[in-house]
Write a protein that binds this ligand. Sequence first.
Ligand code: M6R
Length: 616
Amino acid sequence: MCGIVGYVGPRNATEVVVGGLQRLEYRGYDSAGIAIYDGEAGLQLRRSVGKLINLVNRLNREPAAGAVGIGHTRWATHGGVTEENAHPHRDASGKIVVIQNGIVENYLELKGRLIELGYTFHSQTDTEVIAHLVGHYYTEEGALEPALCRAMAELRGGNAVVALCVDEPDTILAARLGNAGGVVLGLGEGEHFVASDIPAILDYTRDLIFLEDRELARINRNGIVITTLAGAPVRREPVRIQWDPVAAAKGDHKHFMQKEIFEQPRALMDVLRGRIDQEAGTIHLEDLKLDDAALRGIERIYATACGTAWHAALVTKFIIESLARVRVEVDYASEFRYRGPILGNDALLLAISQSGETVDTLAAMEEARSQGVPSVAIVNAIGSQAARLADGGPIYLHAGPEIGVASTKAFTSMIVAGYLFALRLAQARGTLSPAEIRTHIQALLELPGKAAEVIETTSSQCEILAERYHRATDALYLGRQVNYPIALEGALKLKEISYIHAEGYPAGEMKHGPIALIDENLPVICIAPRDSIYDKMISNIEQVKARHGQVIAIGSAGDDFLASKADDTIFIPETLPLLQPVLVSIPLQIFAYHVALLRGCDVDQPRNLAKSVTVE
Ligand code: M6R
C-alpha cells in the first residue's frame, strides 16, 4: 500500500528518496513526506498532502539536503488525508522519525498506554504510536536498534517500519513484521538503499536482498547487516534483478496504463519464452518444484487472488478443468482464510498476484501451508513474498514492472501463465494427447501477434466509442463461460479508472434482475465471439436491443451477423476458445482508458486506490 524509500550514501538523499517515491507513487498518493539528515542542517522534515508533486513543489520552496534520508508516500488507513497524518512521524523528543507500511492492529491499546505515560499525539495515525513507542524505549536503551526491536515486539498486525535517529545519523533501520509490507534492501558501492518495492531503487542497483518476517536490517554506507528481531544473525545472499530501469519508466506514452496496454504483445511473448519446446511439443516451467508424480496426485485446486487477479483465476479455472481435468475452486483471497477451508491432502493452492504482496493472497497461502497443502504462485514481481512463499514454486509472468494502478498486461499474462500450467498438468496427467498439446502450443505462439493485431485494429474504434459513451452513468458487461470473468474485468477496468458504475454479469443471468436497468442510455458491452454458446449470446443481445439498450459487441473477425444485431461491433481475430479472453480484454482496456481520459480522470492513479494492497 504505502511506499517507503531510504538512502545512505554520498549522493543527496533528497534526490534519491524523492526519485524513489516517484517510482512508488502507485502504492499510495494521499500524502507524501521525507526526513533528511545533515550534520549542519540537522533533521529536515517536509510533508505535503496530496500527490508527490505537492511535496516536490514544497521542496523547491524549502529545500532539504543530506546524506541520509527516508521518505514515504501514503495510502490512508488510520486518520484522514492531512499533513499531520502524513509520514514521517516523530517521537516526543523529535530525534527519531519513523515511516510505516502496514497496519498496527492494536494501536488503540498502545496509544492509550502511551497517553497514560504522558505522550501527546499530533495525528490520528497508527504510525505515530510506533514513533512514540520507539522513542519511549530509546530513553531506556540509549540506542535505536534495541528500542525498535522492543517496539516491534509489541505490535500486532503486519508492518514494514523504517526509522532514523539524529543521534545515530549514519544509519537507517528497517524492520518487518508479518506479510503486510515487503522490504527490499539495495546494495551499492559505498551507498545502500531500502524500499518497499524494487522500481524505487532500480536506477542505482540491481543487487537486492529481501527482508523476511521478524527481521531487522541496519543500513549504512558500509553495508547492510541483517538480524532477526530477537538479535540472531541472518545470512542471505543478494539476488540480481534483471529488470531494465527503462521498463519502469513511461517513455513516450502519456500514461503507464497506455504503455502497459501496448506492451501486451511483448509481455505475452515473455511469459511464453523458454517454456515451450516446439520440437518435443512439451511445456517446461523452470521454477515449478512439482514433478510429474506430484502433478498427477493433485485432485483439487484452490485458485485464490484479489481484484483483477481473481478474474484471471476464474478464467484459469475454465482452462485447467478443460485441459487437465482437475477440479478448481476459485476463492476471493480475502474470504478464503476466514471461511475455514477444508483443503485435503490431495489439494494444491494456486495463488495469482501481480505484485506478490497482496496481503489477503499471502494469508491464503499461509492458510494452505498451515494445512500442509503446497502452493504455486502465478506472480509478476520477482522475489516477491508470494514467489517466496510458494513451496510448489513460482510461475513468473516476466511482464516487467506494471505501474498503472489498473492492471492490464499482468492480467493477460496471468491467463497465459495459467494456460501453461494447465498444459503442464495435462502433460503429466495424460489428459491431452501429444497432438492436442501441439495444437494448444501453436495457438499460444500465435497469441502475441494476434494481440498486436487487436491493438492495431481496435484502438481508434475504442476511442470513438469512448467519445460516444463517456457521459454514461452506468454500463453493463455481459459474457458467458470463460468470457464471463472478462465481463467482470471489463466492468472493473471501467469503474476503477473512470468512476462510472459498471457491472459484469453472466449474460444468461441478465433476465433475472439486471435487465431492469436497461434503457436507451445504457451501454451494454456483449462479449460474443464464435464459440459453443454463441447462439445464446445472440439471444441475450436481442433481449437487450428489445429494451433499447446500446449494444457494443465484441466478436470474431468477419461476423457480419453479429454486427447486424449490435449498435457497434469490435472484431477480434479467431483463436482457441479458451484463449479468447486474452484478446477480448484488450479493447475493453483501451475503451476504459479513453473513457477515463475524456472524463478528466487520473488514469494511472485513480482515486482511493493503490497498486499493492498490503492491508486487510
Ligand atoms: O498485485 P495483485 O495482483 O495481487 O493485486 C490484486 C488487486 O489488488 C488488483 O488486481 C486490483 O484489483 C487492480 N486495481 C485491478 O486493476
